[in-house]
Structure formats: structure tokens, C-alpha cells
Design a protein around this ligand. Sequence first.
Ligand code: NAI
Length: 472
Amino acid sequence: MSDDAGTKTHFDLIVIGGGPGGYGAALYGSAAGLDVAVVEMDKVGGTCLHRGCIPAKELLETAHVFRTVGEAARFGVESSAPTLAFGTTMARKAEVVGTLFKGLSGLLKSRKVTMFSGVGTLQADRSVVVAGLDGERTQITGDAVILASGSAPRTIPGFYVDGTRVLTSDEVFELERLPARVAVIGGGAIGCEFASMLADLGSEVTVLEALPQILPTVDKDVVQTVLRSFKGRGITVQTGVQVTGHTPGSTGTTIHIDGAPDLPVDAVIVSVGRRPLSDTLGLDGTGVLVDERGFVEVDELCRTAVDGVWAIGDLIATPGLAHVGYAEAILVIKQLLGEPAIPVDYAKVAWCIYSRPEVAFVGLSEQAARDAGHDVSVAKHRWGGNSRALIIGDGEGMVKVIAEKRPDGSAGELLGVHMSGPWVTELLGQAYLSVNWEATVDDIAHFVQPHPSLSENFGEAVLALTGRSLNS
Ligand code: NAI
């Protein structure tokens, strides 16, 4: 039942779940000399590697290539209109995932992390029982246990996931052909990424969002740029709508929307958030507390109610992001090592959405800053004046910087940076560090960005907040 467990049954640390949180803890812990066991019921890499971030971004890259070839004539590069070999697309996605999986498995092995295959449950005495797929049960003990069993897609009443008409993100990655007409229920990160990808590959897409705005936590001005792009590419976005059910037909299905016409489609993607997978951990009677939504309750240091048991990643009610899982893993390992540990500042984590245009943000939107009582100074810079954006031919979106307005009217600390447009998911790094280091406008404006580069747009936006500007 175990991959390489041998006869060893006691470890410094047992991690249940081998996604980014769990393998992050195993890698960081083993690098610091801890003897670590990981219990995984599927494959290490978790949702992120197998059914989330990695395959999604790989398919979005295919959409990018398809679009680039389709638009190549404007650079004077003539070719016939591109066609999509969907089988090859999915095979490449599988190859990228496979390569990363192999690399991760090798890394864990080289760090001497002991792998157990099976379902791990926590016992009242804090030991862990691993039920292997072959029925074998093994009991192991650890000085510490990290629960990192992750999450699964949520669905909504009336939308039973059948894998053909009704899909979640899990099923989208297994599609055999591109659906011609798609409805995406939920306009969050997953919904917008799939809508963008499918539309660029040729599907007719409608996004149905219950709230008044898609990407609800993103700055309104930035969302407007996404909406403009979506509209220009034929993606219909309906906000403030209630989906009441659907009636399957011989091939597709017809979606019913309260107060709006029925919507016939070939497939529906339900992307209304994810639910924590705490029910597989056998937590009843262990003393570990679970809230009414299924999240394991922890304090700011990721400690559960049971001494020596920690929980991280999508299993706890913090942003459901792989890199938040990594941060929480490091936080816990530092405590195990007796080192100073600084809680994760969840209000200032990096958010990246890989749609077209890309969206990336850190910190407060303008509205959220005002709602929090800040007097704010704001600079908005579109890409039209940025030479690199013009060169690469991608000028959708904007960089918006939100700073505290001091009593003397000058702009002070950066409160948030919200961006859309070319490569902003990569550009966010500077903004992420600036906001987290509590930098002021003057601190950042002092530095000059390379020319020509996309990063100039961030530099220019911050410089403008000093009251003077350069290229804009
Ligand atoms: P989400 O919570 O980000 O968005 C769900 C959206 O669905 C919300 O806008 C919500 O208002 C809407 N919604 C909920 N119920 C609805 C209903 N009945 N009808 C219509 N709309 C409804 O969840 P999402 O997009 O499924 O992502 C799940 C998790 O994965 C999130 O934690 C997200 O942060 C993470 N993720 C992050 C990505 C990234 O950072 N690039 C990419 C994909 C996922």
C-alpha cells in the first residue's frame, strides 16, 4: 500500500494530502532536515497540477497561440487561418502535467519523503491510519500532523454533474471535443479563464453571474476592461442573474434563468467556487473543529484546536490559491522548527487570473479602500502609450494604482495595485513586493523601469501619483 514506506511507522511530520500545501510542507520540511511522510489518495500535485492551475494555464496558452497565429497577418506574417487539432491540444496539456508530476515525484524522493498511497484519517490519539486502495490499513505516528486534503468543485441545486452536459473544471480538462455553445455559471477566476479560453478557441460563450459584477473582488475599472474585451470577442456576460435549472435535450441542454430567456447550449460549466474536503479526514471525535461550511478551523498560525495538528491550503477558509498553500506550509514548518513565524497577510496576497486580458492584483481596490475609510489618490494608466505593448500588439487593459492620500494632499503608502492587460500576471511581482513592504509612492517612484518594457506602465502610474509624469 505504501509507495516506499518500508517498515518505518514514526515520522517527525505526517502530511495528509499531496497538493501544493501538502507537498510544499513536505519539501520545505525535508529541506530543513525533518523526516516527513505524505499520505495521498490520488497523485501528488493535487488539484493545482492535475485539475486546476497547470492544465488551465496550458489550455489558455493554446488559446493564445491560436489567436496569435490568427492575427499574424497584421505583422505581415501571412498564413492560412489556423485550425484546432483538439486531440493534440489535450495531449500537450497532459504532457506538461506529466512532466511536472514526474519532476515533483522525483524531488520528493530525492528529499527522502516517505509516500503512502491511500486515504489518511486522523485518529483520536493523533495517529494517522492509511487505508490503501488494496484494503490494507497502516497506522503511522508523527510528532506533528498537517491536514492538507484540499477542495473539490461546488455545484448548485439542479445541476447534477454528468460530465457531458454539465461539467465542473474537473471535466473540462477531460473534454474530447470543443463544445460549440457553452454557458459558464459563475464569473469568478475559473469562470473567466474558461470563458476566455473557450471563446478564443471558437466556442460561443455566455457567462452567468449572480452578483452585479464578474470578478467581484477586482477593481471596477479593471473589470470594465475585461468586459470590453469579452464583448469584443463575442462573449456574452449576464450579471445579477439567478439560474433556476436546466432541461437536457438529446444533445445539449437548455438553461433556465429567472426573468430572462432560456439559453440553449451544448455544455454548462459550473464554476461557483470550491468546497473543502474535510469529510475524508475522519475528524469526528478527534477534537479538530470544522465550521458549518466544512472548513477546518485554525488560528492565524494554522493551528487547529488539537495541539500538534495543523491545517493548511484549500481545507481552511483562506484564499484558495496554490501559493497561499505554499505560504501556509512554510509558516507551519517554521513553527515546527522553533523559528519565528509571521502569519500570512491574506489581504495582501497576489491574485492572478490568466484570462485574456490577464488580470492581476494585490491589496485593496479603490472602492474597498474607500469603504475601509481611506482617503485615496488613484492613477490609471492604459497600455496605449506603452511602447512595448504597442510593439507586441496587445493594448487591452490598464494599470491602476491606489495610494493613501495624506492630509497635505500628497500620495503616501500604496494600498493596492489592480491591473489587466499583457503579462500582468508576471508584472504583479513588483506591485506585490511594494504593497507588502508598505512602500510609499515616493519609495517606488524613485526607481526607473527598463525601457521599453511593460513594467514601465506600473512605474509611470506610480510616478504620476507624485504629481509629475514622464511619458504620459
Ligand atoms: P470564485 O469564488 O472565485 O467565483 C465563483 C463565482 O460564482 C462568484 O463570482 C460567485 O458570485 C458566482 N456564483 C456563485 N453561485 C452562483 C450561482 N448560483 N449562479 C451564478 N453565479 C454564482 O470560484 P471559482 O472561480 O470557482 O474558483 C474557485 C477557487 O479556485 C477560488 O478560490 C479561486 O480563487 C481559485 N482559482 C484561482 C485561479 C487564479 O487565481 N487564477 C484560477 C482558478 C481558480
